[in-house]
Structures are given as C-alpha cells and as structure tokens.
Design a protein around this ligand. Structure first.
Ligand code: ADP
Length: 597
C-alpha cells in the first residue's frame, strides 16, 4: 500500500481539511488530485525508513487506525491484552536486537500502563520507545476535561531518558529520529514520544513529507576509550594477585561476544556473570566462578566490571559480601556512562567507552607474556566450585514427591542443555533464585529476567518478544505469583501461535502456600492462592496445550513435546507447597525477616 493519500481519502479518514488550494481540485478527477500524505503514514514511513519492522501495541482511540495501517504497510503488529506487557515486549526486543522496541498505546490509562515498562526499560538500559496517542493540547493545558485528558509528556519525563511531543506533521521525521537516537546512543534507555490525536489526521504534500523524514545515521556511535585509561586498567589488572572479571547485561547487550571471551581466556582471570550475562561464555566454562560466588567476591583484590553496576544486586560494592574489612579492593569499571563511576565506591580505573571498543583496546594490550593469575587463586576457586557443584548435583538428582524447586529445575536444566539456542525467561522469588543458579546457559542473550528492579510481571511480555524477534523456542520459568501479573497474555501467545512453553511453578502462593490468616478469620492469608489451581487450563482455553505435571518425568515430557512441536504450551508444575523461603534470597530487604536474622 502506498503511503500517499488523496485529498478524498484524507477527508474520508476524518482528516483536517487540507489547505484551501487543494479544494479547488476537482474531486472526481483522481489523476489531478494533489498527492498528500498524513500523520498516520508519516509515522509509519519514518519507522520503516529506520528499519523498524515490528510494533507491540494495544489498539484504541486514537491509534487504532495506526495499527491497521501499520499492518497494511507491512509492519508486524503484535497486539496485547494489557499495555504493560506490550511495553515489556518492546523493551526485551530492544535488548535483543539493539534497535529500539516500539510500544504503541492509547492515551491516559493506556499510556500509564505502558509507563511501568518504559521506566523499567530505562532502569535496565534497554532501548525502547513508548509512543502514546494523547488528547488535544489546547484542552489539556486549560484542564477543560478532554477525553482521557492527561499531561502525558510531563508525567513521562522524569521516568525515561528523553521525552518528545510532535505537534505538526512536518516534524514527525525529526521526532522519530530524536527518539531513536536518544534510545540507542550512550547508555541505552526508554524514550517517550507523545503524538496528539489531531496530528495523525494532519495532511501535507507527500513529496515534502517524504523529504521531512530522517534516516538516522550511526545512532549508537562507537566511543573509543582514552589510551591512558586503558593503560591504567591494564596495569592494575596485571599487578593483581586475585583478579576477578564481573560481566553484566551491558556486556551482553553490546554484542562484543568474541572479544569478551578472548579477554577472559587470554588473561586466564576467573569471571562471574550477572544473571542476564549468563551464557556470554557458557556457564560450564572452566573459568566461571559462579559456583564459588561468595568466595570470589570476598577474596578478589582487583575486580573488573564490564557493563555491570555496583547497585543493590552487588551489595553496592560494600559490606560483608565484599569483605571490605579484609583489605583494600580495587575496581576497574568499563562503562559507557561516565557518571556511573564512583556511584557507590571509589573506582581506581574507569574505562569509559562502548564495551566493544573498550574490550578491543584492552585486548590489544594483552600479549603472550601476560601473567596468568596465581595458581593458589584459581586452585582455591576450583576447589570450592567442585565442592558446591557436587553438593548441588545430589540435590538435583533427588526425585521427591511433590516436586521440589530443584527437582523440577533439574529437568529444565537438561532441556536447555539440549537446546542451548532456546531463550529462558525467568521471574518469581524462589523460582527465580533457584533457576538462576541451577539452569546453565550456553549462548549470549538467551536469558531474560527480572533485571535491575527485580520486577514481577515481565514474564509473558518478554516471552512474546523473544519468540517474535528470534523465532527460537522460549521457556518461561514462572513463579505462580509472578505469572499472575501477565497471565492473560497466554491468549496473545496462542493468537500468534508462538513457540513458548510457560512452566508455572505452582506452590499455591506467594513464596509458599501454607501461611495462615494471622487474625484467625475466614479469609486465607494474603500470600495464599486458590489451592491446586490448574493454570494449564488457561492455555487450553485459547487452543494451546495444557500439561498438568506432578512428577519430574511428566514435566520433562511436557517440555520436550513443547519444544519439539513449537506449540504454545503451559505446564502446571506442582511444587511442594511448603517449599519456598519468604522473600527468596533477598530476605535482608524484607523489614521483618531482616530483623529476625
Ligand atoms: P547487571 O544488572 O547485569 O549488573 P547493569 O544493568 O547494572 O547490569 O549495568 C549495565 C551497565 O552497562 C550500565 O551501567 C550501562 O551504562 C552499561 N552499558 C550498556 N550498554 C553499554 C555499551 N554498549 N557499552 C558500554 N557500557 C554499556
């Protein structure tokens, strides 16, 4: 379909009357009509010009036609049941493709629903653009009570990296170019683009419209680190007795996989992946220190952070986790954001630039004479790893009835080993904690999870995006509570027939299913759900496959069948309802459990 419309089409679409001169054109003589375009088509043309081929959306006023026209123009439109999940899908798509994921919503409530995902994307450094329709400026600014009136731009601003509004059709090209550049350049993040309803129907000359669009050149320019910063980092690393490399999701986003692996292997330094950096090197790699995590964090003398922040997930680089009292610990930090440096503890050697350029520069300084880390250090780590891994192997081999978190996850671990290209999505409390340490990853960017906020509700949105943008099988490992946040999107999964297998770890409640009402009343405790719920029936309701698994063998078969068939599947994995720790592994953040400790 052409993106050029005639004056008559513009009229039929309820467009503003075109410029007066256009009315002099005889309407029944199509050949002589001036060629016009409108806001709808300019938005789509600008996205297409920038190689954006997918939109995650929830239609409604004023963007319903935009979703229809997008499809007509050859874009893929994945339509959701709630905007938060469309937004999460856009964020995950951005992380997986290095192109900003696009989420399209209606005004006020739809915008607000999408905003959680936008803020989460920004927090996690995922590039996405939330495009929301909005009400008319004149009415909103005077607070005269428009349909879904809200000053969306003002609300979005503090929650994302950048926010723009476009009022005139001829500015759409600039608006979209600025949004793309803001989302991708430097530290990636979320961008809000406000498009008032009136804009879509504005018309302009098609040729001028085409000329007004911008193809963004080099949206994420390389940022080369200063040579002296690289030298400082190499000197520090070379002198270390107990060096450690810590890989974060910035490193996996950067797609410098081969150089990162070469850096780790040439230096011989043990490494720890943060959860979404798992698989950057296979978790079974001899230098992985994951199974000796506490030990290496406490003992290391020089730690090189590659695309990882010293936030709460790393105890801010302080305290017992790092045994800072045992002796000075020095940090090298590779990051694209200079203001990240010293945000928690002093960074002895900041290396500012994009990870690809920084790692390449470091590699250039590492030759065959590079001193390998002392054998006492690597040996002590290996010893602890062996001990912890054999302890874990015994737990994983057990087959209790009902299933434990570990027995159920051992099955998933085997399936992921057999299909290392499958993408794992993971959320929950205990389900997250156990899966992160039990399920090994073998390839980069195959694990998507709760990220920097430890957020619940990303499950189905991330799964849909992963399936749509990669075409690979997706295994969503979901706590029953976490699944509830996005569960209705199983209809979306069935509608698009996506190769997603959702495994719900069903232990009847938040953390576990055995709490009692402290007041003795008839209501169940706030953390308890309906007992023995059949989540599998939810998938069946929309034509997918439901599996009720009470044993590890049933779970293994259900998962193998799902991966082989590629059909939408939900496995209700019945877990011992007494299993599960309050707050999972972050009890220290729960005021009551922290006190009891
Ligand atoms: P994790 O949660 O895995 O520890 P974080 O999200 O805390 O990771 O940290 C990611 C870091 O990576 C951020 O500080 C971000 O600025 C940085 N980053 C993201 N992309 C790049 C890139 N291409 N080059 C350099 N740094 C990057």
């Amino acid at each position: 379909m052409s993106s050029v419309i005639t004056a008559r089409q513009a009229d039929a679409a309820g467009a503003e009357p075109p410029a007066r001169s256009l009315h002099s054109v005889p309407l029944d003589d199509a050949a002589e009509q001036p060629r016009l375009t409108d806001g709808f088509h300019l938005v789509l043309d600008a996205l297409k010009l920038n190689d954006i081929d997918t939109i995650f959306a929830l239609p409604g006023i004023p963007i319903t036609d935009l979703t229809r026209m997008a499809q007509a123009e050859g874009l893929r439109v994945i339509s959701f049941r709630h905007e938060q999940h469309a937004g999460n899908a856009a964020a995950a798509a951005g992380y997986l493709t290095q192109k900003p994921g696009i989420c399209l919503t209606v005004s006020a409530p739809g915008f607000l629903n999408g905003l959680t995902a936008l803020a989460n994307a920004t927090t996690n450094c995922f590039p996405m653009i939330l495009i929301s329709g909005s009400s008319e400026r004149e009415i909103v600014d005077l607070q005269q009570g428009d349909y879904e009136e809200m000053d969306q731009l003002a609300i979005a601003k503090p929650l994302c990296k950048a926010a723009y509004r476009v009022l005139h059709a001829q500015d759409i090209g600039v608006g979209i170019a600025r949004a793309i550049r803001s989302a991708l350049s430097g530290r990636p993040g979320g961008v809000y683009l406000d498009l008032p309803a009136k804009l879509f129907a504005q018309t302009m000359d098609a040729a001028a419209g085409k000329q007004s669009l911008i193809k963004v050149v080099d949206p994420a320019p390389r940022q080369i680190p200063a040579p002296e910063a690289v030298e400082r980092a190499l000197d520090l690393l070379k002198g270390a007795k107990k060096p450690l490399i810590l890989l974060g999701k910035g490193a996996s986003y950067a797609r410098a996989d081969a150089d990162i692996r070469a850096l780790v292997e040439k230096t011989g330094i043990p490494y720890l992946p943060m959860s979404m950096a798992k698989g950057l090197l296979p978790d079974t790699h001899v230098q992985s220190a994951s199974a000796a995590r506490s030990y290496v964090l406490q003992e290391a003398d020089v730690v090189m952070l590659v695309g990882a922040r010293l936030n709460w997930l790393l105890s801010h680089g302080k305290g017992k986790t790092w045994a800072q009292d045992k002796g000075p610990k020095q940090f090298i930090q590779i990051d694209i954001a200079p203001t990240e440096i010293d945000s928690n503890v002093a960074i002895a050697a900041p290396v500012i630039g994009d990870i690809g350029s920084c790692v390449a520069a470091l590699l250039a300084g590492i030759d065959a004479n590079w001193p390998q880390p002392p054998a006492e250090w690597t040996g002590a780590i290996a010893e602890r790893k062996d001990k912890n891994l054999s302890k874990m192997a015994a737990t994983l081999a057990a087959r209790p009835s009902p299933m434990s978190f570990q027995s159920a996850l051992s099955v998933i671990r085997d399936q992921v080993k057999a299909r290392p290209d499958a993408i794992v999505v993971n959320e929950g409390a205990n389900t997250l904690d156990f899966a992160r340490s039990i399920v090994d990853m073998y390839e980069p960017r195959k694990r998507l999870d709760v990220g920097t906020w430890g957020i619940m509700g990303i499950g189905m949105g991330f799964s849909v995006a992963a399936a749509v943008v990669t075409g690979k099988p997706v295994i969503a490992i979901e706590g029953d509570s976490a699944f509830g946040f996005s569960g209705m999107e199983v209809e979306t999964i069935c509608r698009y027939n996506l190769p997603i297998c959702v495994v719900v770890f069903n232990n009847n409640g938040v953390y576990r299913g055995t709490d009692v009402n402290a007041g003795g009343g008839a209501d169940v405790a706030p953390t308890v759900f309906v007992k023995n719920a059949r989540y599998d029936k939810l998938m069946e309701a929309f034509g997918g496959v439901g599996v009720h698994a009470t044993t590890a063998d049933e779970l293994a078969k259900g998962l193998a069948d799902a991966i082989a068939s590629g059909r939408p599947t939900l496995i209700n994995a019945v877990i011992d309802e007494t299993a599960g720790t309050e707050s999972g592994r972050i009890t220290s953040l729960n005021p009551s459990t922290a006190k009891k400790k």
